[in-house]
Write a protein that binds this ligand. Structure first.
Ligand SMILES: Nc1ncnc2c1ncn2[C@@H]1O[C@H](COP(=O)(O)OS(=O)(=O)O)[C@@H](OP(=O)(O)O)[C@H]1O
Length: 342
């Protein structure tokens, strides 16, 4: 009887321990797994650490949480060095021009250790302005002291309300404009639009280029209008001095990317780190590619929507376009002091 009692007593203790252990496992599951998933998602969203806590105060200033609080191994170096990372409004903007090589330029300059930039176009000054500057700053990647922040949205160059808004953010911001022969630019833009908008498939370049069967150039067609660089620059120059701009040749960016990158690094006051060594010419793509990108250690070209095959456009239309742009191009050379040779 005594042995029986002690057996059931042991049995009860084991059962009790099992219940405690299962409850513990359940509690750990409840708390730890969601936390793990959340932090994993955050890591994915920001390749360069948004786990460094920061919040926006109502007055728009930014508060930082010390890196020491972040246990992620990614920040070990920063913690060891007692460095703090924070988000800043852009010091430089790639404002345009659409289809001139703005993505290539951004990818190339992002290789510089002192440059941080979001990959996507923020469209802050044209479409998202109501969200406010603190929203814009929150979209920027973290930077350390000595690093500059950059953003590119090519529609800024041609949107009337943008220059005054940019000036309000920072009157000393550096402005980067990539330009390309407006004829090639128009065809590139048309090629992209045809791939996106089905209505373009039913109309040829000629249909859209001339006003209803006449031989009058349709200057209301955005694809033609964007190439009037002198007009848009004129608006920008009402707000910023020419010395705050750099004009990058889209053509040179393809044949000699290192030369344009040297000009850009000098203009931004950066040590020239991106040189010929960073590029190779990919004959299949027909464009320069990077030996390594910001995220990939292997040779890397821009995506397949950059460097598209253009449709054949009638010679007479090309001549007409060239003539049409000529006076505007000359004016642009005069304003910038650069003959782009178009
Ligand atoms: N290295 C490299 N690789 C691929 N493409 C290159 C490169 N350098 C310049 N380009 C030219 O960039 C054109 C696209 O311009 P954007 O990046 O400014 O286009 S966008 O406005 O952001 O849509 C793109 O236009 P398309 O050829 O019409 O696709 C290219 O001609």
């Amino acid at each position: 009887m005594g042995r029986k009692l002690s057996f059931s007593h042991h049995h009860q203790i084991r059962l009790f321990l099992l219940v405690i252990l299962s409850s513990l496992v359940y509690i750990i599951y409840l708390f730890a797994v969601p936390n793990f998933i959340t932090s994993f998602k955050i890591e994915l969203r920001h390749s360069y650490g948004s786990l460094v806590g920061h919040t926006d105060s109502t007055d728009g200033s930014e508060k930082h949480t010390p890196l020491q609080r972040n246990a992620s191994p990614k920040y070990k170096f920063l913690r060891d060095e007692n460095l703090q990372a924070s988000r800043h409004l852009p010091d430089a903007l790639i404002i345009g021009v659409k289809k001139s090589g703005t993505r290539a330029l951004l990818e190339f300059i992002k290789l510089h250790p002192n440059v941080q930039a979001p990959s996507s176009e923020m469209h802050f000054f044209d479409k998202n302005y109501v969200r406010g500057l603190s929203w814009y700053r929150n979209q920027m990647p973290l930077t350390l002291e000595g690093q500059m922040t950059m953003e590119k949205t090519p529609s800024y160059f041609v949107t009337k309300r943008v220059p005054s808004r940019v000036k309000k953010m920072n009157p000393y911001v550096k402005l980067i404009v990539v330009v390309r022969d407006p004829v090639t630019r128009a065809i590139s833009d048309y090629t992209q639009s045809s791939s996106k908008k089905p209505e373009y498939l039913r109309k040829s370049f000629a249909d859209l280029f001339y006003i209803n069967g006449t031989n009058v150039v349709n200057t209301r067609w955005g694809i033609v209008r964007i190439g009037l660089y002198a007009r848009y620059l004129d608006t920008w120059l009402k707000y910023f001095p020419l010395s705050q701009f750099i004009f990058i040749s889209g053509e040179t960016l393809i044949v000699d990317p290192a030369a344009e990158m040297k000009r850009l690094q000098d203009f931004l006051g950066l040590k020239v780190i991106i040189t010929e060594k960073h590029f190779y010419f990919n004959t299949t793509k027909g464009f320069p590619c990077l030996m390594k990108s910001e995220t990939l250690a292997s040779p890397h070209c821009l995506g397949k929507n950059k460097g598209r095959i253009h449709p054949k456009i009638d010679e007479s239309i090309l001549d007409r376009l060239t003539q049409f742009y000529r006076p505007f191009n000359l004016k642009f050379y005069q304003m910038t002091g650069i003959d782009f040779g178009w």
